[in-house]
Design a protein around this ligand. Sequence first.
Ligand SMILES: *Cc1c(COP(=O)(O)O)cnc(C)c1O
Length: 416
Amino acid sequence: MSDDTPRQKTLLPRVDLPSGARRETLAVREGLPPSAWGENSEALFLTSSFCHPDAATAAARFANEEEAFVYSRFTNPTVMMMERRLAALEGTEACIATSSGMSAILLLCMGLLKAGDHVVCSQSVFGSTIKLIQGEFGKFGVQSSFVSQTDVRAWRDAMRPNTKLLFAETPSNPLTEVCDIGALAEIAHAGGALLAVDNCFCTPALQRPVEFGADLIIHSGTKYLDGQGRVLAGAICCSQQLIDDAFMPAMRSAGMSLSPFNAWVVLKGLETLDIRMQAQSARALELARWLESHPAVARVLHPGLASHPQHALAMAQQAGNGGAVASFVVNASDAAQARERAFAVIDATRICSITANLGDTKTTITHPASTSHGRLSEEQRLAAGITQGLVRVAVGLDHLDDLKADLARGLDPLAA
Ligand SMILES: *Cc1c(COP(=O)(O)O)cnc(C)c1O
């Protein structure tokens, strides 16, 4: 090899699967080939570092000329199996795993933004996402505008010459507002920016944002990817080039790494993601229909309901599926009474877990205004539509009749 020939990077092997294997198959098989021992279930590699056969090989690996495992802050086989599997499900070239959903958004911003850049973000995204972009990155000179989730014109009007990133979450938490991914991708690309979509609520089982033009997919693996409320995890799915140029350098320096154990839990969770999402979404739609007919309920929000403002868009974007989260507003005459009634409904449950987490097989119930969105100002909350009477139910695998009875216990006395 002459000196001016670029050295070909030696890559890690792929799992030996026939080309064109379908998503269901990839969900249980994509990853890395088994180790020397031929294990059928993926191995958990609890090791902080990896040994090299000699000093020259170590040098080549540190120089990134040979893809190999070096140090678990940025390379670990169990973590890589999870990354490859999630990328296969999202239909992206690559994926980088992080210690939580928030650290995925931290890595996104560290990798893509610098002082003077501008972000356009939906005002309906996860509360901590607003805090991170506006508060933490604002401190370092990153500008941000927050716009209506569903108003495409507001996104377009918010664009500036220095806009580098558009950030959307669809459906949003907890109102399940749906934004038009294709329209936002066009706006982003026309302005030379990238579109990131937080796909937490749908997961790739229901919605693959890259198919509509999104550049980056954000995940809180803590939710449906794990699926049983055990670990914190996060990920960014995108092109290999963005991982190599923007995210891997930031990950190596900043270390918001996913632990191999948590990666292993998520990896195994991905195997049942599809059937869990189908089953939980079907229950959520049934529960939403029942809530809609309850006299103590003013409004129900679930993208599968014909009454949902973006029902048609949601069905087109989410493979005809509304997702497993349903929110409802209790009837009340003012904000104080609404809060009291929402609390009463939550406190009357005996099956639902009172917790702000979601994506679990156990159904969870929460009052967003005082929990997940409690750190926002009242003005920000109202802009996002989080009123005091709002209750969010993230439906798990509990029997539907038990869930109805659980909510009826608090709702029926309010209707009397
Ligand atoms: C929970 C959540 C996050 C943050 O994820 P963590 O794993 O808790 O850090 C981000 N986005 C959405 C939509 C979420 O629901």
